[in-house]
Design a protein around this ligand. Sequence first.
Ligand code: NAG
Ligand code: NAG
Ligand code: NAG
Ligand code: NAG
Ligand code: NAG
Ligand code: NAG
Ligand code: NAG
Ligand code: NAG
Length: 416
Amino acid sequence: MWLKVLTVFFPFIAGVCSGLKVTVPSHTVHGIRGQALYLPVHYGFHTPASGIQIIWLFERSHMMPKYLLGSVNESVVPDLEYQHKFTMMPPNASLLINPLQFTDEGNYIVKVNIQGNGTLSSSQKIQVTVDDPVMKPVVQFHPPSGAVEYVGNITLTCQVEGGTRLVYQWRKNGKPVCSNSNHSFSPQNNTLRIVPVTKEDIGNYSCLVSNPVSEMESDIIMPTIYYGPYGLQVNSDKGLKVGEVFTVDLGEAILFDCSADSYPPNTYSWIRRSDNTTYVIKHGPRLEVASEKVAQKTTDYVCCAYNNVTGRRDETHFTIIITSVGLEKLAQKGKSLSPLASITGISLFLIISMCLLFLWKKYQPYKDQSQNTEKLKPFQAMKMLWVTSEYMNLWLFQMHLVFPGCQVGLPQPLMV
Ligand SMILES: *[C@@H]1O[C@H](CO)[C@@H](O)[C@H](O)[C@H]1NC(C)=O
Ligand SMILES: *[C@@H]1O[C@H](CO)[C@@H](O)[C@H](O)[C@H]1NC(C)=O
Ligand SMILES: *[C@@H]1O[C@H](CO)[C@@H](O)[C@H](O)[C@H]1NC(C)=O
Ligand SMILES: *[C@@H]1O[C@H](CO)[C@@H](O)[C@H](O)[C@H]1NC(C)=O
Ligand SMILES: *[C@@H]1O[C@H](CO)[C@@H](O)[C@H](O)[C@H]1NC(C)=O
Ligand SMILES: *[C@@H]1O[C@H](CO)[C@@H](O)[C@H](O)[C@H]1NC(C)=O
Ligand SMILES: *[C@@H]1O[C@H](CO)[C@@H](O)[C@H](O)[C@H]1NC(C)=O
Ligand SMILES: *[C@@H]1O[C@H](CO)[C@@H](O)[C@H](O)[C@H]1NC(C)=O
């Protein structure tokens, strides 16, 4: 049954195939000025032919179509005006234009006529553009000395010596730059303005210029953007760091390193604070502290970072506590209470005195017991004292947290 259907339809299919069909691979062809351009054309038919005629016409907007050349069988009849420019080798209908000029831009129409049982005729149109290839672009940025973030602006300009119908694209780290609140383009896109510039704008910029026949990318350019300091922090080669407190064992030397992200690199200075006065003790990113040379057990330091181009500075405060091994925990707790240190000290002294008195009185009646018990008494007294002071510490610490008002009137950290 299927065979029957096929047989019925076959003559119809064959009838379609016997018609003339002219095809072109592309309806738009981009040519380069001064070079040869080949316009390929294919045609086919399934009918006896007594003659094949091929005609090429050229049309441009607002102009009469022009006859370029034609052929019957294998003889070509050119328009004498263009005979050196257009070549065709019938029965091949493809056209060669050499050399291509800007004036050759327009539509090319090919018409094929087949003389047989009647005349079959078909045509196609090809649009031809003519361009000069793009030359390598050069990017310049202004100001050449660079810009300070949030203050300065940067303008990148893409310059191309040669090329037609140029399309500009800006790229940052290989990806297209989008226009947004601080990135804007000129109408042609050949200028990129960054207003104001930020640290995020640091990157490898290039300009990609293309036209229908070529594309070229500029060298990568890295605009100078001054920023920072950001993320200032102090680290040490050894010693324990808890928040902004470093504990260092007595007898050890500790090396501190101050760092912050900035361009150009910061200048660093170190400041020591003691007795309400401050001293600049060193310039440079590193500081060595020998614990023996520190007069006090607890000393406050400041590392100051300054960017001399952005004019911005940052500082971080930290405390060094000289400890004996094992007492670190206590030292830290002591530090967290430092604004209340005076109160704590006085309170502790009073409590210790009272406890001592109490204990003294309590153990007095057993005065004439054995040597061993006698030795234990001061130890127990010490233990009780210790527990009391720990409780006291904790209580004061909580009070400090819950009632910030307690801080009023206490010595405030001195700003440098
Ligand atoms: C073209 O060629 C065909 C056979 O190939 C011939 O019959 C016909 O006369 C030719 N036409 C002309 C104009 O030369
Ligand atoms: C037409 O000629 C060109 C060379 O000039 C050739 O590349 C092409 O294949 C030919 N086309 C046909 C249909 O013969
Ligand atoms: C020519 O075409 C006519 C009508 O299209 C058809 O009747 C005739 O058979 C054809 N002749 C040949 C030789 O193909
Ligand atoms: C940056 O651009 C803004 C807006 O165009 C302008 O007001 C400002 O003066 C410019 N800053 C510099 C440093 O050129
Ligand atoms: C920019 O280019 C430099 C070298 O040309 C390269 O070292 C750097 O990683 C690039 N940066 C980015 C963000 O791609
Ligand atoms: C400029 O670039 C933007 C985005 O990159 C694009 O949308 C726009 O069409 C371009 N304009 C021109 C004239 O090339
Ligand atoms: C600490 O400095 C402040 C402000 O400079 C000053 O008012 C205060 O008297 C100083 N205290 C001592 C003990 O020097
Ligand atoms: C800024 O500091 C650098 C050192 O980090 C120095 O080389 C430079 O001369 C300074 N510039 C100015 C304007 O002070």
